[in-house]
Write a protein that binds this ligand. Sequence first.
Ligand SMILES: [Zn+2]
Length: 51
Amino acid sequence: MNRPHQPSVMPTSPKPVVASTTHYTCPMHPEIDKPQPGNCPKCGMTLVPVA
Ligand SMILES: [Zn+2]
């Protein structure tokens, strides 16, 4: 077997882009703005992601 050499061109696989713009807020306290999930410091509710 003498196959022609194939150029090693790999398709650029799309990396999972971390949505850095996503932040988290409390449904009851919109003033709460956290860069990561957690709980509201005021009422303890689970923060919800905001696009
Ligand atoms: Zn809250």
